[in-house]
Design a protein around this ligand. Structure first.
Ligand code: ATP
Length: 433
């Protein structure tokens, strides 16, 4: 025994040098990642001190040379945007304004938001030009001169066809909300066409989303062959900081009464009310306004310019209550949103739509913050749809009686005043207080 102890003590102890420690640290400035100083400065100015879990896992894979495809999944509000934007900023040649990275997003609002993130993150990068390819934004027939183009698939497709967007030097193609973008009943066709127009044999295809339902996985694998994959099980998808509750209403009319009562009783900060149809959004806006509430609505029925004005007002806090459809269910990042209302339970073809539910409620509780998601049910169908969704994610939303307003207020206030650490951001990124 004594000899063994002696021998153990005699073993040389390796103390990591400062350089080695830095290499191991989960930091953006880890030299293994090779991020440029200007970009690191941008991150500091954004107060991004440490990478979140998805950033920590995805960045080394994304930044590898030669470039490899990636299918990345992580919960809503955990920082997927920064992961793909950092990869783009690392790969671009800034000595030319030729388009080199293309990001596709499902809505005008999300495309504009991503443009904003690239600009802020790249604020210290000389010569960076970021452009939006969305309806009524880009000047017709004027060639796009910018290294990063972010757009909606239809507009991007048109611009490439009209040779307004020169796609020959595109090295990185990102599909944000990729499962939605590859949906065969929706945007899938347009995205495939855009993909087909990109001729670079070394094109890096990057797909990110919080959800990848089984039926889309096959298309994702075809779209981004041999991709590095970071995936989650659906039981792992809900965000801890989002308290899910539901209100059992008696009828459609009762839903409206409960909604108005709720807003009359509480000051909530910013919130989003999701409805199924555009006309419901317009109608609720009209009724709530007539009842003395300050609300606004945004749907695909509005012109681009109007939409921009409304979302900008909501972001800045000038408008606090936003009524909308699934057009804004995904990706929109407004950190002050403390409540999401599912006025109508999300469904596709009459069946519950768990992915959309998850994305909708994910508009609150961003990056470790807390939030409340309130779902309204009013009949057997909506009740069983919510039950199915809850089952899918293995969660149990709390029932709140619609006649006990003290209880409603208490419950919502309790959640919003609590602070909590999200395990999905884990260890690395600092959580907001
Ligand atoms: N490392 C970091 N440190 C601090 N804040 C961060 C960091 N990474 C991201 N954030 C912030 O977290 C918020 C959510 O990020 P982001 O919008 O990229 O989430 P997401 O994962 O794309 O969500 P969704 O699935 O809803 O689209 C943003 O406000 C972003 O600025």
């Amino acid at each position: 025994m004594a000899t063994l102890r002696l021998r153990q003590r005699a073993l040389p102890v390796h103390r990591p040098t400062a350089q080695e420690k830095l290499k191991e640290a989960p930091a953006f400035k880890n030299p293994n990642l090779g991020l440029k100083k200007e970009v690191l400065d941008g991150l500091l100015m954004m107060n991004f001190r440490k990478p979140s879990k998805i950033q920590e896992r995805a960045l080394p894979l994304l930044l590898k040379d030669p470039p490899q495809n990636m299918i990345g999944q992580s919960q809503s509000g955990t920082g997927k945007t920064a992961a793909f934007v950092l990869n783009i900023l690392a790969r671009i040649d800034f000595t030319t304004k030729q388009p080199q990275a293309l990001v596709l997003a499902p809505s005008r609002e999300l495309a504009r938001q991503i443009v904003g993130v690239v600009r802020v993150m790249g604020q210290n990068v000389q010569n960076l030009e970021v452009l939006a390819a969305i309806p009524d934004q880009a000047q017709r027939n004027k060639a796009l001169e910018g290294q990063v183009v972010v757009g909606t698939p239809g507009t991007v497709m048109d611009m490439i066809r009209r040779r307004q967007l020169d796609s020959k030097d595109i090295q990185v193609l990102v599909l944000d909300e990729a499962d939605n973008m590859l949906d065969q009943q929706g945007l899938g066709d347009q995205c495939k066409r855009v993909r087909g127009m990109l001729r670079n044999p070394k094109l890096q295809v990057v797909l990110f989303s919080a959800t990848f339902p089984d039926d889309v996985v096959r298309y994702a694998n075809e779209f981004a062959p041999n991709a590095n994959q970071i995936t989650l099980k659906h039981e792992e998808l809900t965000v801890e900081g989002i308290k899910q509750i539901y209100m059992d209403c008696n009828s459609e009319q009762h839903k409206y009464e409960v909604l108005v009562k709720m807003y009359g009783l509480m000051s909530i900060g910013s919130s989003i009310i999701f409805v199924k149809r555009r006309d419901t959004a317009a109608e609720i806006e009209k009724r709530m306004t007539a009842d003395g509430h300050q609300v606004c609505q945004l749907t695909g029925a509005l012109e681009g310019g109007q939409r921009d004005q409304i979302i900008d007002d909501f972001r800045s806090g000038r408008a606090k209550v936003l009524i909308t459809t699934n057009v804004l269910a995904r990706g929109i990042d407004v950190q002050t949103v403390s409540m999401v209302v599912n006025y109508d339970i999300p469904e596709v073809d009459g069946k519950p739509d768990p992915e959309t539910y998850l994305h909708r409620i994910g508009r609150t509780g961003r990056f470790g913050r807390v939030g409340v998601a309130v779902s309204f049910v009013h009949d057997k169908k909506s009740w069983s749809q919510l039950a199915e969704i809850a089952d899918y994610f293995n969660v149990a939303p709390t029932k709140i009686e619609t006649d006990d307003w003290d209880e409603v207020e208490k419950e919502i206030k309790k959640v919003l005043s609590s602070s909590r650490a999200g395990k999905n951001l884990q260890g690395s990124a600092k959580l907001p207080a």
